[in-house]
Ligand binder design. Structure first.
Ligand SMILES: Cc1ncc(COP(=O)(O)O)c(C=O)c1O
Length: 390
């Protein structure tokens, strides 16, 4: 199998698997007072310290969650509720139009059910949000903004946002700024304190850790109203028995991903350029979506004129090549990606794209396999679309 979908999930590293396998054999609930509980607590707190050190925050600022979706929901809902409760005039939630659904959907849910006013801020043709656009949106009525949420890097097209600049704009107006850095940690230099953001989401399974462990980093004084209620295990902000072995693996993955980041990103970028060149040699009229330079090292989102991305995906899958359209498919009808639409593509063009994402273990042999398969697959997909339309 040729796996070119590391942005969807990437395998746990051997060190992580070893840590977790050991951990699953150890009994103890981190909230229990006896020796077994205290041992589990030690593991949890060591994991918290490891993550804090790798990401430039204090251990107290790390709130463990089950992953990115939960952390995003806690940020969007919890920070809105907390800010709105203190100042009822604050009802606006500003998000970029290219956010992941784990941010967009809770934001729109808050609008439908909790009286929030959600504004999707427009991006340019590369998917970047201009800090001036954020400033103008805030300045329309600064005292009414409860929260800003802009992702560090986009999961579909790989575009990296000017996060520190955007966070600085929000800080000028004393507005909390959340960023979903799920795709960025381990590829981009992510330092929580230096970035100036108030809250940051990360997840284990995108950086060599387990599925089911993630975190929301929260700066001092940024306290969301909980979404999950119960034992209050995480600073009363998040309840649920702590998943000790997963957190241990998560921490190891974050530590290694951050330590090896620069070298890994350089390797990925070189392989990504090789992939784009090889695909272009086979299909000369492709388009590379996203920013030409400010993009994730492992991401190549490519438009294939005259093809349905879904059809092309299935044709490549039949050749053992895994990739993604990056967009949702409901009841068999392909939907154009909201990210590409926000970048100015028309629905037909948006449906022509595929995302290839590289990760640890990706090789030139993977690129070669894709290069061999893509030409005939595109030809078949073009014929199929032309037949359907004639
Ligand atoms: C940008 C982004 N945010 C959030 C998520 C959701 O994270 P998780 O799968 O850990 O819930 C993903 C995963 O696809 C993502 O790419």
């Amino acid at each position: 199998m040729v796996y070119l979908d590391h942005a969807a999930t990437t395998p746990p590293r051997p060190e992580v698997l070893a840590d977790m396998t050991d951990g699953f054999g150890v009994l103890g609930n981190a909230s229990s007072l006896h020796a077994a509980g205290r041992q589990a607590r030690r593991t949890v707190e060591e994991s918290r310290e490891t993550i804090a050190e790798a990401l430039g925050c204090t251990p107290h600022e790390v709130v463990f969650t089950s992953g990115g979706t939960e952390a995003d929901n806690l940020a969007v809902k919890g920070l809105y509720w907390a800010r709105h409760a203190r100042d009822p005039a604050r009802r606006r939630v500003l998000v970029s139009a290219v956010e992941h659904h784990a941010v967009l959907d809770p934001a729109h849910w808050m609008a439908d059910h909790q009286g929030a006013l959600v504004e999707e801020l427009p991006v340019d043709g590369y998917g970047r949000l201009d800090p001036g656009t954020l400033r103008a949106a805030i300045e329309r009525d600064p005292g009414s903004v409860a929260l800003v949420s802009v992702m560090w890097a986009n999961n579909e097209v790989g575009t990296v946002q000017p996060i520190a600049e955007l966070a600085a704009v929000a800080a000028e107006y004393d507005i909390w700024f959340h960023t979903d850095a799920v795709q960025a940690v381990g590829v981009e230099p992510v330092d929580f304190a230096a970035s100036g953001v108030s809250a940051l989401t990360l997840t284990g399974h995108k950086l060599g850790g387990p599925v089911g462990a993630g975190a929301l980093l929260l700066a001092r004084g940024v306290d969301p109203v909980p979404v999950l209620h119960g034992g209050g295990q995480e600073r009363e902000v998040r309840s649920g028995t702590l998943m000790t072995p997963l957190l241990r693996g998560f921490a190891t993955a974050v530590r290694l991903a951050v330590a090896e980041r620069a070298e890994h990103a350089a390797e990925l970028a070189a392989l990504r350029d090789e992939l784009v060149a090889a695909v272009r040699a086979a299909v000369p009229d492709i388009r590379l979506n996203g920013h030409p330079t400010e993009r994730l090292a492992g991401n190549a989102n490519i438009g294939f004129p005259g093809c349905e991305g879904d059809a092309l995906l299935m044709l490549l899958d039949a050749q053992g090549i895994c990739c993604s359209t990056g967009s949702a498919c409901s009841a068999g009808v392909s939907q154009a990606s909201h990210v590409l639409l926000a970048m100015g593509a028309d629905p037909d063009t948006a449906r022509e794209s595929l995302r290839f994402s590289l990760g640890r273990g990706s090789t030139s042999a993977d690129v070669k396999a894709l290069a061999e398969a893509i030409g005939p697959a595109v030809e078949r997909a073009r014929k199929a679309r032309a037949r359907r339309r004639s």
